[in-house]
Design a protein. Structure first.
Lengths: 320, 434
């Protein structure tokens, strides 16, 4: 990030939020629903990006943080009859706590070992979901009934199954996380994270406690991913073990790489791109994953730093 | 009347762009009026569009392909006979990748983009459960062909139905009397350690108990396991029947290793054909299954006593006497399940005609008309056999087949009674608002 004026940066991010807000009123019904899902999952990608993009820690286990939020929120509604806000907080808390424990253990490693250790923990988490099928619904999962997905505030109630309420809820979460991420990235803490990514030894030598900083980043990343999972359960009404599978650890990596690692808006662009390529091409051929694969190869060839990363490198060097 | 404003004085008239456009628009409207009438007529005779949520890719692809073939054959038969309420039927297919998240998107796409009348055809339980909330929120009837107990459990919602295939709880319950009377009274279960296996784990012991038999051991095998020999010593020596429901590619290894473990002195074997759907029963390594028994929803192999309806159904779908695609003996069908697509589409036809279904505005009427259905007689529309339908739990009940592997074929040796599979309803969808 060079020559970044905070006003310009915040103006860009608020414009993106305003654009997404306006899209609610013009998008056709189907795309309105799809955008709500994309925004919820872009939060997952943003959480992943915080650790991968800014700290340089490649995790292959973030599905466990997403699903900790998913199950933390979903199971408290399903079994304990909690309301939506409490369940959401429970989901985020589960993700943060899990991230703290995993961080304490996994940060003893780095590089490829970190990748493998996180993947193994995620696999343990996935198998635990299957093992406790009596409570989690196992591989089939659970449905959160429509009646349970209503937020009552004072005399007003907001039904999360209503397309506009759902869209706005997803947008609210997305906006908060986007601005928080931006603030973190622009803060002193964010710069320390980038310093760790660039040269951990030198950062240590400068007097920073790199382990504490990395652990904070893991917890923040886990909590953001869990917020995405909790929102997903409450907005879309399904909690299932497939979200804890390795596929959902690879997807955020893909979204972030596509959009541009270490860019604040890259995760949204990557998620949007992947969703729409899949959605459009699956209408023409069952070999749509092949087309997605070709698109990815082309992107790697011509935009090796992802869409926004390459744009930043070539034209807009001030992008955060 | 004096023309004070010069309204009729053409020499004073000025024609603005807006006036001209209005005039042209009105003229065009009048000119097209007959066409508009034609369009209105076309709406009432427009095809009924059925969104088919297909497992074209992912773990369910083998099933998805045959579900598509069967559904296409049923739609052709329905259209050849005049369609539904005089309207042709059209399938709109979307691939869900056998993934619950994508499944929900596909249901949204059918409801909001393709604007299909209903959604239909899903098999895998996790996709059904993942998609059910989207069906309920869009208030679009969702007819699944899944055999899972999830619909009958009343944990989904009022828009989800399973009228064309029995559920696994009913199937297991129906097997118990035959197993106890013919195979043995001491049963050891081997099942995959996830939900499909848990249905068998939970429903078989009470069903056998009621028949005076017992499950003496339950061996759950982790889904990631690729070798099974180490589990076989857990099988009690007094076991008379091994009840196995392994699924996926591991089944070939499982059978081979079981054969190596027992040699020629083995207990009776009873399994669910789910393990071997789309797999040739004569594949190398499966020789050990000779003489064992399987549950089949509908028989894979043509039977000597097949009804005319069963023969017509097989011909329409394009499967030969061995249950493989006509002209390609290696392309083995998923015969035990796919009949459910055929039968479900005929249930949709009946319910739509009963409801006087005109379009999406009548979806609630369609739900109520489906719930009002009671019985489906055996015949061309229901070639697998007669069924009853419980509108409160949105689930049908029917007969099951028990087949013996004999000379490289599956021969039906017993057909259960419809009553064998009945159980007490666990809830009532009709109390939910539409």
């Amino acid at each position: 990030m060079r020559n970044a004026s905070p006003a310009k940066t915040y103006a860009l991010h608020i414009s993106v939020i305003a654009l997404l807000f306006a899209l609610n009123f013009v998008l056709p019904d189907y795309h309105q629903g799809l955008f709500a899902r994309i925004m919820a999952l872009a939060v997952f990608a943003m959480g992943y990006n915080l650790l991968f993009g800014y700290v340089g820690l490649l995790s292959l286990g973030h599905a466990m943080f997403f699903s900790a939020g998913l199950y933390g929120a979903g199971l408290t509604v399903y079994h304990l009859g909690w309301g939506v806000p409490e369940a959401f907080v429970a989901g985020v808390a589960c993700g943060a706590l899990l991230a703290l424990v995993i961080g304490l253990l996994a940060l003893r490693t780095s590089g490829v070992a970190f990748m493998i250790v996180t993947m193994m923990f995620a696999q343990v988490f996935y198998l635990l979901i299957l093992y406790f099928a009596a409570w989690t619904g196992g591989d089939q999962g659970l449905v959160i009934q429509q009646a349970s997905r209503v937020i009552a505030i004072g005399g007003a109630s907001f039904d999360l199954t209503d397309p506009t309420v759902r869209y706005m809820s997803a947008l609210a979460l997305f906006s908060i996380i986007l601005l928080v991420t931006l603030a973190v990235v622009c803060s002193r803490f964010g710069r320390v994270l980038v310093a760790i990514r660039e040269n951990e030894e030198r950062t240590k030598m400068l007097g920073y406690d790199t382990v504490a900083n990395k652990l904070t980043a893991v917890v923040a990343s886990g909590a953001i991913c869990a917020a995405s999972g909790a929102a997903y359960a409450l907005l879309f009404g399904y909690v299932g073990s497939s979200f804890a599978s390795v596929q959902y650890s690879i997807l955020p990596l893909l979204w972030v790489l596509l959009g541009g690692a270490a860019t604040t808006l890259g995760p949204l662009i990557g998620t949007l791109f992947m969703y729409y390529v899949t959605d459009i091409t699956s209408g023409f051929t069952s070999a749509y994953l092949l087309i997605v694969g070709v698109a990815l190869i082309l992107l790697v060839l011509f935009f090796p730093k992802g869409i926004l990363g390459s744009i930043r490198e070539r034209w807009l060097r001030w992008l955060p | 009347m004096a023309d004070k404003n010069g309204f009729f004085d053409l020499s004073k008239m000025t024609l603005s762009r807006r006036t001209a456009l209005k005039g042209m628009a009105a003229g065009a409207g009048l000119a097209l009026a007959p066409g508009f009438v034609r369009y209105s007529q076309a709406q009432s005779s427009a095809p009924i569009r059925i969104g088919f949520q297909s497992h074209r890719t992912g773990i369910g692809a083998a099933y998805g392909r045959w579900y598509e073939k069967t559904s296409a054959a049923a739609v052709k038969a329905i259209n050849d006979a005049g369609g539904i309420g005089g309207r042709k039927v059209e399938l709109v297919i979307e691939d869900d990748g056998t993934d619950p998240a994508r499944g929900a998107e596909v249901v949204n796409k059918f409801a909001k983009q393709h604007k299909t009348d209903i959604v239909f055809g899903t098999l895998f339980s996790h996709v059904v459960i993942g998609s059910a909330p989207a069906a309920g929120e869009n208030k679009i009837p969702y007819f699944v062909v899944s055999e899972g107990h999830h619909v009958a459990s009343t944990k989904l919602n009022r828009y989800v139905f399973q009228p064309g295939i029995t559920d696994v709880k009913s199937q297991i319950q129906s097997m118990a009397p035959w197993i106890a009377a013919n195979a043995g009274k001491k049963v050891t279960q081997i099942f995959p350690d996830f939900a499909f296996g848990y249905d068998h784990r939970d429903y078989l012991p009470p069903a056998l108990k009621a028949q005076g038999a017992d499950v003496i051991a339950q061996i759950a095998i982790p889904p990631t396991e690729s070798s099974f020999t180490k589990y076989f010593p857990q099988i009690p020596a007094e076991t008379e029947v091994i009840y196995h429901v392994m699924v996926g590619p591991a089944v070939l290894t499982f059978v081979k290793e079981l054969g190596e473990f027992y040699g020629s002195q083995r207990p009776q074997l009873f399994g669910f054909i789910d393990s071997l759907e789309a797999v040739d029963i004569n594949s190398p390594g499966l020789e050990f299954l000779d003489g064992s028994h399987f549950w089949e929803g509908s028989p894979r192999y043509a039977q000597p006593d097949d009804s005319a309806a069963q023969k017509a159904y097989r011909a329409a779908v394009g499967i030969d006497d061995n249950g493989a695609a006509v002209g390609d003996p290696k392309d083995v069908s998923t015969a035990a399940h796919m009949f459910g697509c055929w039968e479900t589409l005929y249930v949709v036809k009946k319910a739509m005609e009963d409801a006087g279904y005109k379009g999406p505005e009548d979806r609630a009427k369609l739900v109520e008309a489906t719930e009002a259905l009671k019985e489906f007689a055996e015949g061309p529309e229901h070639p697998q056999g007669p069924k009853t339908f419980n509108g409160k739990i949105h689930q049908c009940f029917g007969i099951q087949n028990i087949s013996k592997v004999e000379g490289g074929k599956l021969k039906v040796v017993h057909k259960t009674k419809l009553e064998d599979g009945l159980y007490e309803p666990e809830g009532d969808y009709t109390t939910q608002a539409l």
